[in-house]
Design a protein around this ligand. Structure first.
Ligand code: SAH
Ligand code: SF4
Ligand code: F3S
Length: 428
């Protein structure tokens, strides 16, 4: 039996697809390069915004033909939307055979073999997938889950419902996995969790874990995502002191209005957020700080929105992911009136995007003339190679004989906005 997995959503979902591939391959199924050659197609889905779900439904409609083309083919939905909708999804999409939430992947090989279909697997049992080796693409970057689930229940967010309670992997198994990645010559590892700062396996906290992973032998280590309410000074110190820990912090602020932050149940104020940024910039030279912004939350006034613009201008983020609020069924905020009109949400979104674009351009423009360390990751679209700085900025590097996996010193000569341009500097 051959399988093919399509992935929507965040990095955790991409990693879950690798975990799922590892599991299925371990059970004797073989991966396929396209749906055409596959007997099983699994769509790994995201529920974070309505739009994300609509894209999945659209994709499933298109897969109806694939399913009809050959008898015996199996179409499944896994991931967050599977968890959120369960059996309802099987009713809504008649050509669907299988629905499996993020905790149920261990059961899939058996279900596929026996063809117990249709089936909805949505039990949440705190699964950590210990001992499952993700089937990674290979290359220079790898992702490692250090924890799963989320207990924060930010009022707009579906993640705690679909991903279940927060639990951390034992630090020894995280470190062993990173050591193995070092042996396989991975050069850049990202530790993943919905709120990595609250990592705790009963013995080691997140700052402690970072110090252990630093010695695992991978030259670059980073992590996603930090929550301002739990980011400790010890974590910033570990970043400052450990050579492998990259100078990049993704720290979602969501809003610049304390009133809105409170309605969002984020448990920090703008003042506290700014204090963390200042501390980070004081301790870690040339740190890059990126964020998430959510506009059009219920009750967000023009004045609240102005505060968001103000904080963006004040902090001067290196970059930001920006979204307009989308009510998610079952969350606390879904009970609030969704009272910012759609055109107004779009206008606000457009305004933050324009502002941030300008800031990203200006911040990167300041790097022109400086020298940065670049890890080469792939050939560029046109000339040269594409790599990344330690601060996670993409760089197009001109130069002869560069190979994927090389570390090179690059003189920045320009920027297109988010991407830096440069050439290899002469080796010492
Ligand atoms: N655990 C991470 C990621 C959460 S989802 C964190 O806490 O940051 C990533 C981003 O999606 C969030 O930071 C938020 O900006 C956005 N988001 C979450 N729920 C949303 C919703 N209902 N509508 C629009 N954007 C949302
Ligand atoms: Fe969602 Fe908040 Fe958890 Fe992030 S910390 S996943 S925004 S509930
Ligand atoms: Fe990720 Fe979307 Fe699930 S953001 S955790 S795939 S709801």
């Amino acid at each position: 039996m051959r399988f093919y997995i399509e992935t929507f959503g965040c990095q955790m979902n991409k990693l879950d697809s690798e975990v799922l591939s590892g599991l299925l391959e371990g059970a004797g199924l073989s991966p396929s390069d396209s749906p055409e050659d596959a007997d099983v197609v699994l769509v790994n889905t995201c529920s974070v915004r309505e739009h994300a779900e609509q894209r999945v439904l659209e994709r499933l409609r298109r897969l109806a033909r694939w399913k009809r083309e050959r008898p015996g083919r199996i179409l499944g939905v896994v991931g967050c939307m599977a968890q959120r909708m369960g059996w309802e999804l099987l009713t809504d999409v008649p050509h669907l055979d299988l629905v499996a939430g993020p905790d149920s992947y261990n059961k899939l090989p058996d279900v596929l073999e026996r063809r117990d279909l249709p089936v909805a697997l949505v039990e949440q049992d705190g699964e950590l997938y210990e001992g499952v080796e993700p089937r990674r693409e290979g290359g220079v970057r790898a992702w490692v889950a250090i924890m799963r689930g989320c207990d924060n229940f930010c009022s707009y967010c579906i993640v705690p419902y679909v991903r279940g309670r927060e639990r951390s992997r034992p630090h020894r198994s995280v470190v062993a996995e990173v050591e193995e990645l070092a042996r396989e010559s991975y050069k850049d590892v990202t530790l993943l969790g919905q709120n990595v700062n609250s990592y705790c396996d009963g013995e080691v906290d997140f700052a402690g874990l970072l110090r252990l992973v630093d010695r695992a032998g991978v030259p670059r280590v980073r992590f996603l995502t930090s929550h301002p309410k739990d980011l400790s000074e010890e974590v910033l110190r570990a970043m400052a002191e450990c050579p492998s820990l990259c100078e990049h912090l993704h720290l979602p602020i969501q809003s610049g209005s304390d009133r809105v932050l409170q309605l969002m149940r984020r448990s920090y104020t703008v003042e506290r957020y700014i204090r963390i940024v200042e501390e980070a910039r004081g301790l870690i030279l040339d740190i890059s700080i990126t964020t998430d912004i959510l506009v059009g939350f219920p009750g967000e006034t023009e004045e609240d929105f102005e505060r968001t613009l103000e904080v963006i201008r004040y902090v001067q983020f290196d970059d930001a992911y920006m979204y307009r609020y989308s009510p998610r069924p079952g969350t606390l905020a879904a009970q609030f009136p969704d009272d910012v009109p759609e055109e107004e949400k779009l206008r606000r979104l457009d305004e933050v995007i324009r502002l941030q674009r300008e800031i990203t351009w200006r911040v990167n423009e300041r790097l022109v003339g400086s020298e940065v360390e670049v890890l080469i990751e792939a050939p560029a679209k046109r000339d040269g190679m594409l790599g990344r700085t330690r601060t996670d900025k993409p760089v197009v590097v001109r130069g002869e004989g560069l190979k994927v996996g090389d570390f090179v010193k690059v003189r920045v000569t320009g920027t297109t906005g988010p991407t830096l341009l440069g050439g290899e500097t002469a080796l010492p």
